[in-house]
Design a protein around this ligand. Structure first.
Ligand code: SF4
Ligand code: SF4
Length: 187
């Protein structure tokens, strides 16, 4: 089966999920440290306000808090954390498959180039993707996704003793009471 976005779908640029659990809040698009400055510049050239917060940090000392950031995240523009700031929902333009276009498509983050692939051995797709809901998986037309995922895995590889995850405190109105904020040490 060949991977191809479902006509008119923009779901992965709109919907954000709680990860790894609700208390961590909704996540944004993963941004590697080396991508951060480039994405910030792109927001300025597009006249957009963006919010990038940390996502994963590491340390050798449990009490120090993270001493190095392995990944950041680009937060959605809606109060509940949804909708990427680079998604063009206003101009009326369409992406090649008929969805809302990405304003920085050629320069989009590696994570966007990877989606919906989440694992290579075995090939695993995010089942929240509309294509995957309809077809389960694909084994063709996924070379660029595989390359991007390999690059992310290489950059995120670490032998650090402690891994920290940043809680975003972003989520639906009814969940505000359980959302946490700031660095949490992974158990
Ligand atoms: S990757 Fe999946 S969720 Fe995203 S636009 Fe394509 S079909 Fe939709
Ligand atoms: S940067 Fe572009 S491709 Fe990535 S989530 Fe935002 S709109 Fe979608």
């Amino acid at each position: 089966m060949e991977f191809r976005c479902i006509d008119e779908c923009s779901q992965c640029c709109i919907e954000r999920e709680y990860y790894p659990s609700k208390k961590f809040g909704k996540i944004g698009v993963l941004i590697l440290p080396e991508e951060k400055e480039r994405i910030e510049k792109l927001s300025k050239t597009n006249g957009l306000k963006i919010k990038i917060v940390p996502r994963i940090g590491i340390s050798e000392d449990k009490n120090s808090g993270p001493t190095k950031i392995l990944a950041y995240q680009l937060m959605g523009i809606e109060k509940n954390g949804n909708t990427c700031p680079f998604l063009d929902t206003d101009s009326g333009d369409k992406s090649p498959h008929g969805g809302f276009p990405c304003k920085i498509y050629k320069d989009r983050p590696l994570a966007c180039m990877t989606y919906p692939l989440i694992e290579i051995e075995p090939i695993t797709f995010d089942q929240k993707c509309k294509f995957c809901k309809e077809h389960g998986t694909a084994d063709q037309n996924i070379n660029s996704e595989m390359e991007s995922l390999l690059k992310i895995k290489e950059k995120m590889n670490t032998n650090a003793s402690f891994i920290w995850r940043f809680a975003t405190k972003i989520g639906e109105q009814e969940d505000q009471g359980i959302l946490e904020s700031g660095w949490i040490l992974e158990e």
